[in-house]
Design a protein around this ligand. Sequence first.
Ligand SMILES: [Cu+2]
Length: 491
Amino acid sequence: MTLDRSLASRHSRRRFLIGGSAAATVLSVGGLAARGQSPKPLPPSPDPVAPAVRRALLTAAPRPMQLLGDDRPASPLWTFGDEPLTVIRARRGDTLEARLENRLPEHTSVHWHGIRLPNAMDGVPYMTQQPVEPGEAFDYRFALPDTGTFFFHPHCNTVEQLGRGLAGVLIVEGDTPKRYAADVLCLLKDWRIDETTGEFLDFLTDSGAAKAGTFGTVRSTDFRPTPTVGIPAGRDVRVRVLNLDVTRVSQIGVEGTDAAVIATDGNAVSPFPLVDWRLGPAMRLDLTVRAPKPGETARIVDYFAKDPVTLMTLAGDGPVPDAETGFDPAPLYAPHLPEPDLRNAEVLPFTFSSTAVNRAVVAPNGDVIDLGRSLCLNPTTYWAINKQSWPERGHEFPPPPLAELTRGRTYEFELRNVTPHMHPIHLHGHTFKVLESNKVDRPVHWADTVLLTPKERVRIAFVADNPGRWMFHCHIIEHQDTGMMGYVTVT
Ligand SMILES: [Cu+2]
């Protein structure tokens, strides 16, 4: 298959964004080029061979690090290990045993974003486990049913804990029929730091929380400012782009070489040319990129600005291969996910809105909840799902579920964003199919997080096959922390 980049659609999109129109009425985010081709079926995934137990120790602790450079003051990061980024690699079918040791001054937990795991391992304090107090430990143990690019992070006071860097990447291998010449991480994260002192600024501001979120002051890719990464010249490499920021939506493109999308949120799609793809917080995009010739460079960019922002420079290293071939991204193995039965699906509407009035968080006895203790929320709410704000009464007193789902049944969620802001909506414990939108042209794809643009309606579908109480929330963390969160039950 030879991919032909859609220059026409790129130009029309670029024209569209001039003037910084973040809320463009019609968006071209990669689907246009895909439309012309009927997607080829992906090769079936082989069964795992010799599954193993993978062990990881996650010691959550304050670790000052020099984010701004060697000659600049250190910032008080919180991390899971001595390196700024902890990466766990395993294979599909393996069992992950991860011990969390909490050496932070407050309680925490680990949520494994996108992993279809048992509810008790989902890492949501009060909902699926007791919070892990300072000095305590918790053992996570679960099988890894899916290949792909995942990550993990706390699920309480997330705006600060993730804001200070507490996150890691989980790569589940076994999805490549053909080895790539390199496997590159491109992890996007902003930092709210005072560049003079290195100290963190307020993680949550009322003005940000009530609107698009509070943006970082310093951007980074792989914890560095705009890194240059050498890749084997003239070969096809895999690039795993992860948006681990708490706020910023990026619009990913590649300039200077060919690139194709091969997976969304870790789930394989029939490769299609990357024009650009909006990546909200928590979303991932796997790309195949043709490495430039020796001495030449290409760039991974964010188009969500007046001028494209370079996120990473890719430099062609070493000799060109003897037999040069055209760019032909090999598809990954097909995902192993239950196919929704759309003809018999129950349709449930979910409306994402702002709240009419900001409310204090009140306990059943009328007391205002002591937020210093629960640390899971902000005292005011700005957002709601189906007019219900989380939490009305704190994580310790969960509200009723947004929906009660019957195990084994297919559900179609109609997600309606009635706000003028973007919301990346995440469902725990399940992977859903993004079917269609009234505004954005995307190919049908699997995801665990879908970006709702202003006034957008999106239909998603999935089989509710995983019993438990599953959080359903916006992944702009200030929105999550100020009301845009709920849960569904599967019984
Ligand atoms: Cu939101």
